[in-house]
Write a protein of this length. Structure first.
Lengths: 292, 325, 415
């Protein structure tokens, strides 16, 4: 194993990790806001990737230009999902945790079925784009441009998210609603409106991730499944309730995955991620930066 | 209240007895093997879900990794039989015992985790086991294990065409899982679990004993699920890592209890009786279109039931009872 | 029992009464079960398979002037012109569901034969059930070599299995070496389910037998979110030939990742699957110029056998795709099965089995480059010669074996 292999692995792992972080950001935000884990998160990603693909296929819009459009569309979608499904799930008088898990899980199955119904189960790809297939080579280390841009978007998104939560009125409203939904109603904040916007925002982040993923990944109805578990582990590893935790979690997951593949057969590389998750939560039951 | 509780328990037991007798008679009238196959699966899932319910429903430790124990049971039985000629009946007990020990070993660190941290831990542990078996050549790796079937034999617990022996075994397993749950409801453990659920402060004072009871629940639950896995290996006579240890299986095991009523005695049974025939029939008669209609139907149903009846389908019955009283 | 006049009379009346009915039943339909994944992650395969089987049924049931068994005339003449009726079932890639569906088709829909299944794991259970009910099963497109070695009487496979496919690849390497090419090292890249495992096992065995050095043997998790680490190892090994065994999803990601990491393999010789799917070439065809894949079908054959082109047109009208390695084998699966049922002149499982065992179909009445269809005692057709195809100028051309080749291989692929 040469130094070059190791550096290349770590660099690729870091880029992939930042992307995992971006995928997980929405999940972390929604959880932090209302203690709900969206088990249809992978399917949100799938919808975003399809949206990007169709914008490319029918309107020849490059995925990079499509990204804000897809994020906007997913924002609406997320808010609608909250209003139609999740709103009722959090109201459940019994077994609240279970109802959330299974109503969003049922939603995931419906979304897959609908995707298969409308888009057919065929595999689609964005065949050419500004960044697709391009790569930057520095001293023998290859950094694919789509992943580089993805990493950049991820960093920017997390910084923006930080300022948004801590420095804007709406962010404070989110925080306050999270702390005490009953009290905010007294000061005239509509809890449902805040939560719907939170879900929209979380979905919009997945939209960004999906648009970038579509540049270098294939799209089909089950594509979300590969990323969903990684996203849950990423969020939990960083700690539920902490958006920054998802960022750190993503980087750790990416690096651990790359390192494991150097040591073990690549078919076992997820074992490394899972083992690190277990190790961390056995030592710190709230994840690295979790507040709950 | 106590007498009321005792009355209800006696009524439950009588009802279970009647239902078992009725179920046992059904195959005398229903000869179609496809329908019998669905009945076997329904009973198997009722048993699995009932066992899952012990840990996740009563004890409140939501596990989405029970496929681990199911797979361990299936693999232990199949490996012992194909490699060493050990009869599946012994394999079943061995698989159950191994699973129970592993459940306690894993429970020790995992029960410290709360909520979603625990759920995700159960998922990733099962995934790790799946990946290890998938890469373990001696155990067949991805190729799985094909259990040779050579004629009907009770000793080897394999039957070429008849579904009846499988049916009665699955019925017995479902009854055992139900009886264990019934007995636990009225045991010391059952009281502690209820106390902890109703009053989080009680959890503090009962800390150690509750922890031990959770370990016990994990062991019982894992043992029964592993026996179910052994049964599945014999029933299908072929196993591979994805089909017995996949995440999908963990969910399938939980769904009947969730839809029927989690943490209730009758929930898993009711859930399985409705859900399993429904999934089998939608796949057989709608799924052939290749357009995912079966997924849409199935998913919508899960969303609607979990939203409309958070206490599960059993709550429909108890509500009516309340109203009648 | 003595035969009384009365009994004879009764029997005659019964026969007279049943006679026309039996004839009518014969003239109507012969149900054949077709079990594929129609939902879930490999649903597209099942949907394409449906079209392939429908094309075959169409040719059997209507009158076409092809030199294909049963094409001329309508239906099965051996059964009074009975039409073939396909009963589709969805196994969702789950062995348990596959066996339940096989049992349902046999007992409820009374199918007299079963064809399937794409996933080899499902073929294991479906063929077991068929054995138990004494219903013949044709494994149309499963390539796992272990399938026919389980001592099943009702199992048949007209198409090649992975060892035959891999043998063709190594024959090709040997031939290239004779022509002075340097081929010493191989990299294997295979997914972790049955397909990839079986394929890699036979390739490892052949490599050691024929003196090739395997410099990287990389097993990866199917549907991985990233293949970066895997590709780095392939790049570091930089073998003379990269031999991937991957389904469509991973094939697309592999090719994209190789380009991103600046790895240009000297040669790719692929074990079909993803490398024969249209979706892969739609996505990354520009990077696959010169890739070689094994196959059991080639459209080139249309030059020698015009009906291949015409049948392909029929399939394209239904599916929007050309025949590929899978759909062509599925198509032939039904033709071979229907031919046997026709010769059996019966829908009895045992009789069809005997007819299948007696099958001897010359290669030129198929759409495949096979020598013939003739099963050995294990139900495997050893005369199904695989071909190697090279993707050049957006088309697949046959390059091996020589008798089927229409052009020379471009070697190394990027030259």
């Amino acid at each position: 194993m040469t130094a070059e292999t190791i550096i290349q692995s770590l660099a690729s792992g870091l880029l992939m990790g930042l992307l995992y972080g971006l995928i997980a950001a929405g999940l972390a935000l929604i959880f932090g806001l209302m203690d709900v884990v969206n088990f249809a998160h992978g399917e949100f990603l799938m919808i975003a990737m399809y949206a990007t693909f169709f914008l490319f296929a029918y309107f020849a819009i490059d995925p990079l230009l499509a990204a804000p459009l897809v994020a906007a569309a997913l924002f609406v979608f997320g808010a609608v999902v909250y209003l139609l499904v999740v709103r009722f799930a959090v109201r459940a008088k019994a077994n609240a945790g279970m109802v959330q898990i299974f109503s969003t899980f049922g939603l995931a199955i419906v979304m897959r079925g609908l995707a298969q119904f409308f888009f057919t189960p065929d595999y689609r790809s964005v065949t050419h784009s500004w960044l697709g297939g391009k790569t930057v080579s520095v001293a023998g280390i290859y950094l694919p441009e789509p992943q580089l841009v993805g990493a950049l978007v991820s960093v920017v998104a997390f910084i923006a998210l930080y300022f948004f939560i801590h420095r804007t009125d709406f962010g404070r409203a989110l925080e306050a609603t999270r702390e005490d939904a009953g009290a905010v109603a007294l000061v005239g904040i509509d809890k449902n409106k805040v939560f719907a916007l939170g879900w929209g925002l979380g979905a919009a982040l997945v939209g960004l991730a999906g648009a970038i993923m579509a540049i270098f990944f294939y799209v089909y109805p089950d594509v979300g499944a590969s990323f969903a578990l990684i996203a849950y582990v990423t969020v939990a590893l960083g700690g539920f309730g902490s958006v920054f935790g998802a960022f750190a979690g993503g980087i750790i997951v990416g690096l651990v995955e790359a390192t494991t593949a150097l040591i073990l057969p690549p078919s076992l590389k997820s074992v490394g991620i899972y083992a690190v998750y277990l190790l961390i939560v056995f030592i710190r039951p709230r994840g690295l930066f979790g507040s709950m | 209240m106590d007498t009321h509780f005792a009355q209800r328990r006696r009524r439950d037991l009588i009802m279970a007895g009647c239902l078992t007798v009725i179920a046992a008679l059904v195959p005398l009238f229903v000869k179609d093997v496809y329908v019998q196959n669905i009945m076997v699966l329904t009973l198997m899932y009722a048993a699995l879900s009932q066992s899952w319910n012990i840990l996740s429903g009563y004890c409140g430790q939501i596990s989405l990794g029970h496929a681990l124990y199911f797979g361990l049971g299936a693999y232990t039985t199949a490996l012992l039989f194909t490699k060493f000629g050990v009869l599946p009946w012994f394999g079943m007990l061995a698989g159950g015992a191994i699973s129970a020990v592993i459940a306690m070993a894993l429970g020790y660190p995992c029960f410290r985790l709360r909520g979603h941290y625990f759920v995700i831990a159960t998922i990733v542990i099962a995934e790790i086991a799946l990946l290890l078996i998938q890469n373990w050549d001696w155990a067949g790796a991805a190729l799985g294990i094909d259990i040779p079937v050579r004629g009907d034999s009770w000793l080897k617990f394999q039957f070429t065409r008849s579904k009846l022996p499988y049916f009665y075994f699955a019925l017995a397993l479902a009854c055992i899982a139900w009886l264990v749950t019934w007995w636990l409801e009225d045991s010391k453990w059952g009281y502690w679990w209820r106390a902890v659920k109703d009053n989080p402060d009680a959890a503090e004072s009962l800390g150690v004993v509750v922890f031990n009871s959770k370990m016990g629940a994990a062991a019982v639950s894992a043992f029964l699920v592993a026996v179910g896995g052994s049964f599945y290996a014999q029933f299908v006579s072929y196993i591979d890592p994805e089909s017995v240890m996949g995440f999908q299986f963990s969910l399938l095991m939980a769904l009947p209890a969730v839809l029927g009523g989690i943490g209730t005695l009758w929930g898993p049974v009711l859930g399985a009786v409705i859900l399993i025939p429904l999934t089998e029939l939608t796949r057989s008669f709608v799924g052939g279109s290749g357009r995912g209609v079966d997924l849409i139907v199935y998913g919508t149903l899960i969303v609607l039931i979990s939203l409309a009846l958070p206490r599960g389908l059993v709550s429909v019955f108890s509500l009516r009872k309340e109203a009648a009283r | 029992m003595t035969i009384s006049r009365r009994n004879v009379l009764l029997g005659a009346t019964a026969a007279a009464a049943l006679g026309p009915m039996a004839a009518r039943a014969q003239a109507s339909e012969v149900a054949i079960g077709v079990i594929y994944p129609l939902s879930g992650s490999s649903a597209q395969i099942g949907v394409d398979a449906q079209r392939a089987f429908e094309t075959a049924a169409d040719i059997i049931n209507k009158n076409y002037d092809f030199a294909l068994p049963l094409a001329k005339g309508e239906g099965l003449p051996g059964l009074g012109g009975a039409k073939v009726k396909l009963v589709f079932a969805d196994h969702q890639a789950d062995p348990q569901k596959g066996r339940a569906e096989a049992e349902r088709l046999i007992t409820q829909d009374k199918v007299c034969a079963v064809i399937g299944t794409y996933q080899s794991a499902v073929a294991v259970t479906v063929s077991q059930i068929c054995e138990r009910y004494q219903i013949p099963f044709i494994s149309a497109d499963n390539s796992s070599p272990s399938l026919h070695r389980r001592g099943l009487k009702y199992y048949f496979r007209a198409a090649p299995h992975d060892e035959m496919f891999s043998t063709a690849m190594f024959d090709f390497f040997d031939a290239m070496k004779k022509k002075g090419q340097k081929i010493k090292t191989l990299s294997l890249f295979h997914e972790d389910t049955i397909f990839g495992t079986d394929s890699a096992n036979s390739q490892l065995k052949l490599a050691s037998e024929r003196g090739y050095k395997v410099v990287a043997d990389i097993k990866y998790r199917a549907n991985s979110p990233s293949l970066t680490a895997e590709v780095q190892q392939l790049k570091a090994a930089n073998a003379d030939v990269l031999m991937p065994s991957s389904y469509t999803t991973d094939a697309i990601l592999l090719v994209k990742t190789m380009a991103e990491l600046g790895y240009k393999p000297k040669n790719i010789v692929a074990q079909d699957a993803g490398f024969s799917e249209k979706a892969t070439y739609d996505a990354v065809g520009d990077k696959l110029e010169g890739v070689i894949s094994r196959g059991s079908f080639s459209l080139d054959l249309a030059q020698k056998r015009p009906m291949v082109g015409l049948i392909n047109e029929m399939y394209r009208a239904k599916s929007g795709k050309d025949f590929n390695d899978y759909s062509s084998r599925q198509f032939m699966g039904l033709i071979v099965m229907a031919d046997a049922i026709n010769r059996a002149k019966s829908t009895d499982g045992e009789k069809i089995r005997e007819a299948l065992a007696a099958t001897d179909m010359p290669g030129d009445v198929t759409i495949m480059p096979w020598k013939r269809v003739k099963f050995d005692e294990m139900g495997q057709n050893n005369f199904a010669d695989p071909v190697l195809l090279q993707y050049a100028a957006k088309n697949f051309v046959t390059i091996f074996p020589e008798q089927a080749a229409v052009s020379e291989a471009i070697w190394p692929m990027n030259s």
